[in-house]
Design a protein around this ligand. Structure first.
Ligand code: RAT
Ligand code: ZN
Length: 414
């Protein structure tokens, strides 16, 4: 069959023109003051780049991390962008951002970029970044045990409606013996034992913060060793506090599985690794809780196929994003193609995980390229089988993938 010669263009125009709902970032609404990161020094000291520069420079992590941000950024620029070609995904992302603002990506120093970013008005800069990135909604990661963040929420801010909240509960689920003390100091009558009364208090804590933050989901990142069922404090909390709370408030539970925290402590925020998880935990959890919905992503590439199989068995499991070490164009394309083949369009191909505002620009423009390529491959296979792909087919699928499915799971469409 003769192929519509412009199929690839049709798809890439549709994907590039689609507005995005970003399911997971580390950005904050402007009203949550003191938490927002932006500008060239932040971009260059992103923890992905800190790990990379330490592969080339003979400085110790302790020395590098003790320097002011501007010194760290100068070294990263010199090492990864001037002395070498910025080949890695994280480095090429900075090039995409500079180019988007008409800044010289070949510059020998950061003078021009620093002057540019420091002259920006924060309000119009935010608008422009969202416009260039084509992002409608940005989901934050909100930690009620972070003192700075708690203070902001307690002031009852009127949050910019483009920002959605997500209640992140890592410390509670991953380290109860320490986090119970934080809950106690916030007025919850809990003990290290985690008895019935403690669980009731955790539920009160979650209810209170759901009331304050109005989150779109509850979230946790989990180690590769995560297992369910299991006799552990984490599982007791998931079963007796998280599941009923999510049901009561009609919220999904997002699980990001496979991180091995601090495999190299000397690298601090850049020191986390990856491990292969056992996905029978998700099967059992989804089976035991048919009335709960689970947003799931895994960090190990080898887990992504298994996750598709789990999602085929459990409609209450939604695979999302190519998380962190998976966020590389080749892996995003590969993963998206596999998910299309196994799940149709019932998944969310990517989230940005942006920590620095301008990263939205590169994370989304790069993801769009990979998603468009994967979708084109699927359409070509369909055309080879005899189905004609129309402009309307493309628009409908692209809208679902870039915003529709995420909107539905985030409750934006009700
Ligand atoms: O991608 C990242 O920036 C990681 O450091 C993590 O923040 C990860 O995305 C997470 O949410 O735990
Ligand atoms: Zn993240």
């Amino acid at each position: 069959m003769e192929r519509q010669s412009n199929l690839a263009d049709l798809v890439s125009n549709a994907v590039n023109g689609a507005q995005v709902v970003d399911l997971h970032t580390h950005l904050f609404a402007p009203q949550l003051t003191g938490m927002n990161l932006a500008g060239i020094d932040e971009l260059l000291t992103y923890h992905y780049l800190i790990a990379e520069v330490l592969r080339f420079e003979s400085v110790t992590p302790e020395w590098l991390l003790s320097q002011p941000k501007s010194v760290q950024a100068d070294l990263v620029w010199q090492s990864l962008f001037v002395d070498r070609t910025p080949l890695s995904e994280a480095a090429s992302g900075v090039i995409t951002v500079l180019s988007a603002f008409g800044l010289d990506p070949q510059s020998k120093n950061l003078r021009e970029a620093r002057a540019f970013f420091s002259a920006r008005d924060p309000v119009s800069h935010l608008d422009e970044v969202l416009r260039i990135a084509g992002v409608d909604h940005v989901t934050m990661t909100n930690d009620p045990l972070d003192p700075l963040e708690r203070k902001s929420w307690d002031e009852k801010p009127e949050i910019d409606s483009r920002f959605l909240s997500a209640l992140r509960i890592d410390p509670i689920l991953n380290d109860w013996p320490s986090s119970f003390k934080s809950l106690r100091s916030n007025g919850y009558d809990v003990s290290v034992d985690l008895d019935d009364q403690d669980v009731a208090e955790v539920r009160r804590f979650l209810d209170d913060w759901i009331g304050k933050m109005r989150p779109r989901y509850l979230a946790v990142s989990l180690p590769d060793s995560f297992s369910y069922p299991e006799d552990s404090q984490r599982n007791c909390l998931i079963r007796s506090a998280v599941m009923p709370t999510c049901r009561e408030h009609a919220l999904p539970f997002a699980m990001m599985i496979g991180v091995r925290r601090q495999v190299n402590r000397r690298l601090a925020g850049a020191g986390d690794g990856v491990g292969l998880a056992d996905l029978t935990a998700i099967e059992r959890l989804a089976d035991d809780h048919p009335d709960n919905r689970f947003l799931v992503t895994t960090l190990a590439r080898e887990n992504l196929h298994g996750l598709c199989v789990v999602a085929r068995k459990f409609a209450n499991v939604l695979p999302f994003g190519c998380w962190w070490f998976m966020n590389n164009p080749s892996l995003v394309e590969d993963t998206t193609l596999m998910r299309l083949e196994m799940l149709g369009r019932s998944f969310v191909p990517q989230h940005s995980d942006a920590r620095i505002l301008e990263q939205l620009i590169y994370k989304w423009s790069h993801a769009r390229r990979s998603i468009a390529r994967a979708l084109t491959t699927r359409y070509e296979a369909l055309e080879d089988s005899g189905r004609v792909i129309t402009k309307d087919d493309v628009k409908r699928d692209v809208t679902a993938l870039m915003s529709g499915v995420a909107s539905e799971w985030l409750g934006l469409t009700c």
